[in-house]
Structure formats: structure tokens, C-alpha cells
Design a protein around this ligand. Structure first.
Ligand code: HGY
Ligand code: MN
Ligand code: MN
Length: 413
């Protein structure tokens, strides 16, 4: 390939775009709340599309609302080198989870424009719909459809707690595109993201060369007991669904500890009915998120969950229903893309280390259909999915410089 230009991104412009995007869905504690396919998600999307058009990109939207902003290259017949992430957030999310990967891609385009630098392959920046999986489960839905993990029909029919479906909401906010979701070839896909954990900060490294991501299994659990009077029902006669759920939450925590140091488990949602202070809870619904870098260990954790459900519900005379929502196997990213990230970090003079992602990312699905790599930068105290989530302008720019070089490695022949 031609010699790599020594161009660096504009740190202030990247930071300002992040702060401007953060004004949409800003929360009182300094975070972001733009749940997938809400009006606030639409506002964020519209701002991104406007910025891309101002940067000379053409913009396409597919049937899952994924956005593709394209900067032309010398040869339009070459498949694009693509980067991107997500704009939807957790309910108490931060300013950087997902957004950084999208706006780092835009900064790459803006920087190439500043220098009038023409690539051979086109460059594209994508926004993947519903990465978080908070309003609509599972997570990484639209990148999953793009990669063939889910059908469009399945994804369009996913409903939120109010019964609104993804298909209806895509149409309502004007992002039900006509391009089919999937089938487009990528020369390579890179995703920049904050680490969302404590490792890079603890090891004092600026760049995470992401070699893969751990597997995850999500479940919905329903425990059914018997509603009864809180005052008249003797303790031995009770079938208290919430007592069963409480014991299970502790057992689910113990399952992760039994698979230390890598196993993790979380009960994130728990709903009690009828939720009246003087009626013994008859029904409890809760979610389970199990993760492990090894798929066999993850399967054993699932087996332990099933055993705990039978044991606890048997003791208390409760019924239970376990539904697996998603099983995402551990991912190993493309060796050439990983090498491109490592090489770019070295050329930029940043300290780097290999790392396996604890979080799921759209890149995990795209890795099934295109050579894929990821770039991590540190976040303060490793905290994410929290309004205090923060990162430094310097680290964010460093990750973006590495992204630029890794992309040019594949876009310039
Ligand atoms: O759950 C995850 O790992 C990601 O934040 N959606
Ligand atoms: Mn994310
Ligand atoms: Mn997230």
C-alpha cells in the first residue's frame, strides 16, 4: 500500500461532537437516556445524518434502521471499509458507550476531508439499531439481522413492555429504510468503544487491541406461587413467589462465583405481582444475564441455573418457567484486523495490550460476515452503563487515531 499519511484526528472536534450528541437525552446526573427507537433516539440519528451529509457523505438506511454514511473512494467497485457502533443507550447510560464508536467514525471522515485524502475503497460509518437490548431484547438486534443471526420478521416483531414492536417504532420515527438488511459486503469492519471495564486503566494502557468477546446467555424467568392474605396465611402454608425469587437471586450470584475468575451473572430486572403490600406475591418475573469467555463453562452455568430453579421452587411449592432469550457464543476477531489495530497503536506511539471484551458489541455479529476488529480506550474507574461514565479527550482521540490508521491500512491499496 502507499505510504501511510501521518495525519491525526481533531481531538477538540471529536470531543465537541460527543458533547453535542450528549445534549440529546441528557440526564440530571450527566448521563444519556436515548432508548432504542424513541423520539430521543430519532433526534440523535437525525443529528448524525445531518453531520454526515455536511461532511459530503451519502446516507442509506436499511429495513432495520441501520444507517450507512458513505464517503466515496477512488474505486466505487471496491467493498467499503466500515466503522461504527450504536447511538441507543441504557436508561441510565453514559455519554460514550456506543456514541464514541459512531462519532469516531465521523471524525475519521472529517479528518480525511481536512486533508483532501482520497482512499481507494469507500469508507462507511454505520449506526446499528438497538445494540443495548434494554427496551427491546435481545441486544445487538439489528447487527444480528445484518449478519444473519436473526430474521427481519423476528426482529420487527420484538415488542417492548408496552407492546410496541420494533417494526412499528422504526416506521414511527421514520427509520424503516427500504434497503434490505444484510448482504452488503464489507472489506473490513472496525468498532471503537470504551472498554467499560477497569483493565486498561489499571494497566495504564491507552489502547485495547480487542482479540475477542465473551459469550453470553440471557433468560426470562417466571416464578408462580399463590397470592394470599398477608395476615391470615400461616407461614408453612405459603407459596411466596418473591421468597423463591430472592433465594434464586443469591443462587445465581453463587453460580458466577463458582466459575471464577471469568464467570459473571446479573439479575437486572425483577417484577412482582400483584405488588400489594398485604398480598403474598403470586408471581415474579426476572431476567438473568450469564457470561463467560468459554462456551462450555457458559453451558455449565446454564445447567446450574436450571438446577437451582428446580431445587428452590421444589422446596417452596412454586412453579417456574425458564426461557432462553439469546445465546451468543464467544467471538474471536479476525487476525489481520487485530494486527492492523496493534500495528496502528504502535505507529501512533500508544501503549496497548490485548484484551477480551466483557461486553457484547455489534462487531461480535459483524465478525460473522466480514473481517472485524475492535479498538478499546479506557473509561474512568471502568464504570459504564452508569451516568457517571467518562473518558478523557486524549484517550478518545488516541483511539480515533488508531481507528483512522487501521482503516487506511485496508482502504488504501
Ligand atoms: O450487554 C452488553 O454487553 C452491551 O452493552 N449491550
Ligand atoms: Mn456499547
Ligand atoms: Mn452498552
Amino acid at each position: 500500500m502507499a505510504t501511510m499519511p501521518n495525519i491525526r484526528v481533531n481531538q477538540e472536534r471529536l470531543w465537541q461532537s460527543l458533547m453535542d450528541m450528549a445534549k440529546i437525552g441528557a440526564t440530571e446526573k450527566g448521563g444519556s437516556c436515548r432508548l432504542a427507537l424513541t423520539d430521543l433516539d430519532k433526534q440523535g440519528r437525525d443529528l448524525f445524518v445531518r453531520w454526515c451529509k455536511e461532511a459530503g457523505c451519502t446516507v442509506a438506511v436499511d429495513r432495520m434502521g441501520n444507517i450507512f454514511a458513505r464517503r466515496p473512494g477512488r474505486n466505487p467497485d471496491l467493498a467499503p471499509v466500515v466503522t461504527g457502533s450504536h447511538l441507543d443507550t441504557q436508561p441510565t447510560g453514559g455519554k460514550f458507550d456506543g456514541v464514541y464508536g459512531v462519532l469516531a467514525g465521523l471524525e475519521v471522515v472529517r479528518t480525511l476531508n481536512d486533508h483532501g485524502y482520497e482512499t481507494d475503497a469507500p469508507i462507511e460509518v454505520t449506526v446499528w439499531t438497538n445494540e443495548e437490548g434494554s427496551r427491546f431484547a435481545p441486544s445487538m438486534t439489528a447487527s444480528g439481522v445484518f449478519a444473519g443471526a436473526y430474521t427481519e420478521e423476528y426482529a420487527h416483531a420484538i415488542a417492548d413492555d408496552q407492546g410496541k414492536t420494533m417494526g412499528e417504532e422504526l416506521k414511527r420515527i421514520g427509520y424503516l429504510g427500504d434497503r434490505p438488511c444484510g448482504g452488503q459486503k464489507f472489506r473490513a469492519f472496525f468498532e471503537a468503544h470504551i472498554e467499560q471495564g477497569p483493565i486498561l486503566e489499571a494497566e495504564k494502557r491507552t489502547i485495547g487491541v480487542v482479540i475477542g468477546a465473551q459469550g453470553q446467555r440471557w433468560f426470562d424467568v417466571t416464578i408462580t406461587g399463590q397470592e394470599a392474605h398477608a395476615g391470615t396465611t400461616p407461614m408453612p402454608r405459603r407459596h411466596d413467589a418473591l421468597l423463591g425469587a430472592a433465594r434464586l437471586v443469591d443462587r445465581i450470584n453463587a453460580i458466577a462465583l463458582a466459575h471464577a475468575p471469568h464467570g459473571v451473572s446479573t439479575v437486572g430486572v425483577l417484577r412482582v405481582s400483584p405488588a400489594s403490600r398485604n398480598t403474598i406475591p403470586g408471581k415474579v418475573h426476572f431476567t438473568v444475564d450469564l457470561r463467560h469467555p468459554g462456551d462450555e463453562a457458559l453451558a455449565r452455568m446454564k445447567d446450574s441455573l436450571e438446577a437451582a430453579l428446580s431445587a428452590v421452587c421444589g422446596e417452596l411449592g412454586l412453579a417456574h418457567e425458564l426461557k432462553q432469550v439469546v445465546h451468543t457464543k464467544p467471538v474471536v476477531f479476525d487476525g489481520d484486523c487485530v494486527d492492523a489495530v496493534r500495528k496502528a497503536a504502535g505507529e501512533c506511539g500508544f501503549g496497548s495490550m490485548e484484551i477480551v471484551s466483557g461486553a457484547g458489541h455489534d462487531a461480535c455479529h459483524i465478525n460473522r460476515v466480514a473481517p472485524t476488529g475492535m479498538i478499546f480506550v479506557p473509561c474512568a474507574d471502568g464504570i459504564s452503563h452508569n451516568e457517571v461514565e467518562s473518558a478523557t479527550p486524549q484517550d478518545l482521540a488516541a483511539g480515533c487515531d488508531v481507528l483512522l490508521r487501521a482503516m487506511l491500512e485496508r482502504a488504501v491499496l
